[in-house]
Design a protein around this ligand. Structure first.
Ligand code: ARG
Length: 461
């Protein structure tokens, strides 16, 4: 197949160089966007009198057939044709003859690839936002069933204060909410049209970029032609949103691994999401959360790779930029795979409330409540902290809980402790006392659940 740019060359391209420079293996997925943008570009050329209406009709019909062939998988790829843009155009030429060559008027692959990539990522962002809402909905359903399920809240992975399990789950809902917002923010910057910038300097033809932008659903056009063909900020921003999403998924996955271990036994994961061991018959391994956690590594790596890719590039387009595709495609694919697998897994989580409750009773998790009690009796918090700490030490020596310590024993340390202390030492009382906005009291959590439901509904996704 002769090259679409072969005119000034007298020697053929080296065979290995053809395969070294080809991107068709991974940019083939851009064909729907490539064709959609070409159709609109072609119609604009006709509207502006740059090509004849009949020519435009022939090109559009030909593009439609190329689309069908690509969809059916009957158009063979060849490395000598480099990328998806060349495949579409050279097939068009086979189908409709030399008039196909008019499609590339007032356009270059530089503004073409930037347009295709923006269209593709815009669609991916829309899917991801929808999928984030679905995962949030799953977490919400689980949380709604566990407002009164108590678990040990941890800091430093040490028992700290009892919390509602729903409250813990709602923390992940918040992370996902920010991810959803960030995806919306980056969408606006993805959704600007580069086409019409041509190679780098603009075009002498009287193109109508605003019309093209409107037809393709772009919110605006890239203002500067040199920036338009060399900007990959939108790729890096999206890679960064993906990396942060993976960090969130990874933290959740880590908790699932810990919670489902027989060492804790807080939850049981659905069989369909676990595997056994080839040697130890008793094993049920949390492979899905482990792989979610593991996959975060490469998405974080892609962000770093993309930043490094762009940092030394002079304006404008450089072939290096072809290397933006594999990392961003893999970032998006990985995030979407994790969203799907976690959303499918969540409804199958069996919660062992009685095990969580037992664990919440360990570790003197109401010691802060005892100190707060003394504060209400007039002690400065620092002194109250000291008294409560000493009582914990006595409990450790005796092997009992704070609630089991005889009242006289407590009074020996501080006379202000009275019989009503027993009301603050239970886990329930501790949790329900934390009614500050954003706190873990059952009523506060119920309110937070209602608000989260409302937000999800209002998002319309
Ligand atoms: N495959 C190329 C890429 O992804 C398309 C743009 C090629 N432009 C060029 N001047 N060689 O970057």
């Amino acid at each position: 197949m002769s090259k679409l740019w072969g005119g000034r060359f007298s020697q053929p391209t080296d065979r290995f160089v053809e395969s070294f420079t080809a991107s068709i293996q991974y940019d083939a997925r851009l064909y729907p966007q490539d064709i959609a943008a070409s159709v609109v570009h072609c119609r604009m050329l006709a509207r502006q009198g740059i090509i004849a209406d009949a020519e435009a009709e022939a090109i559009v019909a030909g593009l439609e057939q190329v689309r069908q062939e690509l969809e059916a998988g009957t158009l063979p790829f060849q490395e000598s044709l480099e990328d998806i843009h060349m495949h579409v155009e050279s097939r068009l030429r086979v189908l409709i003859g030399p008039v196909a060559g008019k499609l590339h008027t007032a356009r270059s692959r530089n503004d073409q690839v930037a347009t295709d990539l923006r269209l593709y990522l815009r669609e991916q962002v829309d899917c991801m936002r929808q999928e984030v809402c679905e995962m949030q909905r799953g977490l919400l359903v689980l949380a709604e069933a566990h407002v009164e399920t108590l678990m040990p809240g941890l800091t430093h992975w040490q028992n700290a204060q009892p919390v509602s399990f729903a409250h813990h789950l709602l923390a992940y809902l918040e992370m996902l909410e920010r991810d959803w917002q960030r995806l919306g923010d980056v969408r606006g910057r993805i959704n600007q049209l580069p086409l019409g910038s041509a190679a780098l300097a603009g075009t002498p033809f009287p193109v109508d970029r605003l019309w093209v932008a409107e037809m393709l659903g772009f919110e605006g056009i890239c203002r500067n032609s040199m920036d338009a063909v060399s900007d990959r900020d939108f790729v890096i921003e999206l890679a960064s949103v993906c990396a942060l999403m993976m960090v969130h998924f990874s933290r959740f996955a880590e908790e699932l691994v810990l919670w489902s271990s027989p060492l804790l036994g807080f939850v049981e994961l659905p069989d369909g999401f676990c595997t056994g061991s080839s040697i130890m018959p008793q094993k049920k391994n949390p492979d899905v959360p482990e792989l979610v956690r593991g996959r975060s590594g490469r998405v974080v790596g892609h962000l770093c790779g993309l930043l490094t890719l762009m940092k030394g590039l002079p304006l404008t387009y450089n072939r290096d930029m072809q290397e933006d595709k594999e990392p961003i495609f893999d970032s998006v694919d990985t995030v979407r795979g994790c969203l799907r697998v976690l959303t499918d897994l969540i409804p199958g989580i069996v919660v062992r409330g009685e095990v969580m409750l037992k664990a919440a009773e360990v570790g003197y998790t109401t010691a802060t409540d005892l100190a707060d009690y003394l504060v209400r009796k007039g002690l400065p918090f620092r002194e109250a902290h000291e008294v409560s700490g000493r009582l914990v030490r006595i409990c450790i020596e005796r092997g009992c809980t704070l609630a089991q310590l005889p009242l006289e024993e407590m009074q020996r340390l501080d006379g202000r402790i009275e019989a009503d202390v027993e009301r603050v030492l239970t886990l329930q009382a501790s949790v329900n006392s934390r009614r500050s906005m954003g706190g873990t009291a059952f009523e506060t959590v119920r309110q937070a659940l209602l608000e989260a439901r409302g937000r999800l509904q209002r998002s319309g996704m």
